[in-house]
Each structure stands twice: as structure tokens, then as C-alpha cells.
Design a protein around this ligand. Structure first.
Ligand SMILES: [Mg+2]
Length: 268
């Protein structure tokens, strides 16, 4: 994986980004644009991120898109840019075009009931504020819990949810500080695949911090490797860069802001 210093010096890439008809800037939210907090509804962006994104959104041909595990409606109040952006929520299950209502995939009654059951089981393990009941999943967050308690909770929950996920229709997926039971077939790969189709000539960047972003990296990297377009799959984390499909590693917030600034400098 390239460090920011190496990526920043990649003159050939930045020249192609400057010359591309569009730049598709796909951004995870929690852990990428905003630091983790125990209170999910107060996960504000890092200082400087709002200003950088406003600047980029005003640049000719830059298309910022948020790709989050949250539901679409949660993002605008947290990001608070004051300008409409495209948002993909629920790990690719939900899409909200700028200024429009969100569109969700259909869900069968059986799966809805099983998610309700998963929610009830989660209520037996953690308090309500730690549970997210989304259209296509139930997520339990253990942010701020001591690690021993968090492990016990997640192990117990995994055991209970395994019975609900005994067929291929549901899958249990760990994420940073939590566990999710999700309808199979939805991942951030779905969002990235559609966005690349919608912007066929764009340079493409995807920035994410989490296991759920690896699905997005795995779609984007082969497209970039084929030479059809330029861009990068970017892991944003202050932990040592782990095994990842990403090509670059940025340490937030300083290197994240440096990346956004570099992108603005070559396009605005
Ligand atoms: Mg994240």
C-alpha cells in the first residue's frame, strides 16, 4: 500500500485525474470522514472536512458521493454541508439522489420478520441506543464498551443470530465496533458497481476505513488495474495498515485533508 507521501508524489496519476472528464469521489462516513464516537448521533466530521467537501462539490466535474452503512436520511444532518449530495445507505441497499427521496430495494415479509426477531434478540444483549434497526439489517454497536464486555456481547449475539442466518438469505458481518445481521446480496460493492456505471469516464476514488469497505475496494481495484480509468482505493485509518485490498493508506485527519486539498488543487 502506498503511503500518503508516495501517493502525493504520484505525478502521472494526478495528471490523469486533472485531465479526466469527471472525478467520482466515493466516501464512507463513520471512521473515514468522522471519528468514531460512543454517541452515533453526534458523529460529526473531522474539523476541516465540511469546508473541503463544499469546495470540492463546487469544483467542475467532481462528484462526491457518500457510501455508508447508515440509512441515507442520517447522513445529511451529520455532514451538514448545506448542499445536496448523492448518498448510498444500508451498505448499498438504499440510494438517495441529490434533492430526491431515497429508493430502497424490496424486502420479503419473511426476511422482515427475521430481522425483527434479530432486533428482539439484540435487545436482550444491549441497551436500545446501541441497536440500529435498518430496512435490510440489524446492527449492534459496542463503541465505548470495555473490550471484555464487548467480546462477550458480540459472541453471545453471534451465537443467537447464527440460528436466524442458517440459510443464505441473511449473513452475519462484523464491522468496526460491532456486528450486523444483513440481508445477503447488499454490500458497498453494489453501490460502487452502479456508480462506476453511472460515471463511465470518471477518475474514481473510494475512501473507507472498515471491513465493509473492503467490498468496495475489491470492485474498484480491478477496474483501475485494467487501465480503463485512473483513481485509487484508499484505506483511511490511524491504525497500522492491516491486510486490505486498498492501494493507498491515509492517516486521518491530517492526510485525509491533504488528499482532499490535493484533489481540489488539481481540479478547481
Ligand atoms: Mg466506516
Amino acid at each position: 500500500m502506498l503511503t500518503w507521501e508516495q501517493a502525493d508524489n504520484h505525478q502521472a496519476l494526478w495528471a490523469k485525474v486533472a485531465a479526466a472528464p469527471e472525478v467520482l469521489l466515493m466516501l464512507d462516513y463513520d471512521g473515514t470522514l468522522a471519528p468514531f464516537t460512543a454517541e452515533r448521533d453526534r458523529a460529526w466530521p473531522y474539523d476541516g472536512v465540511r469546508e473541503s467537501l463544499r469546495r470540492l462539490a463546487a469544483c467542475n466535474g467532481i462528484v462526491p458521493v457518500i457510501v455508508s452503512g447508515r440509512q441515507c436520511h442520517e447522513i445529511p444532518p451529520l455532514l451538514d454541508l448545506g448542499i445536496p449530495l448523492e448518498v448510498w445507505g444500508g451498505h448499498g441497499a438504499e440510494r438517495q439522489l441529490p434533492g430526491a427521496q431515497s429508493e430502497k430495494a424490496a424486502l420479503s415479509g419473511d426476511l422482515r420478520q427475521r430481522l425483527d426477531d434479530a432486533f428482539a434478540l439484540a435487545c436482550g444483549q444491549v441497551c436500545l441506543r446501541r441497536i440500529e434497526r435498518k430496512t435490510f439489517s440489524v446492527a449492534v454497536h459496542v463503541r465505548g464498551m470495555d473490550s471484555g464486555t464487548a467480546s462477550l456481547v458480540l459472541d453471545a449475539l453471534r451465537g443467537q443470530w447464527t440460528l436466524l442466518a442458517s440459510d443464505a438469505a441473511l449473513e452475519i458481518l462484523p464491522f468496526e465496533c460491532g456486528l450486523e445481521l444483513r440481508v445477503a446480496g447488499f454490500s458497498k460493492a453494489r453501490a460502487v458497481t452502479q456508480l462506476l456505471k453511472d460515471h463511465p469516464l470518471a477518475a474514481a476514488f473510494y475512501l473507507g476505513d472498515d471491513k465493509t469497505d473492503e467490498d468496495a475496494f475489491r470492485v474498484l481495484v480491478p477496474v483501475l488495474a485494467s487501465g480503463d480509468r485512473t483513481g485509487a482505493a484508499v484505506l483511511v485509518t490511524d491504525r497500522p495498515a492491516a491486510v486490505s485490498a486498498a492501494q493507498w493508506h491515509l492517516v486521518p485527519p491530517v492526510q485525509l485533508l491533504a488528499f482532499l486539498s490535493r484533489l481540489a488543487a488539481c481540479r478547481c
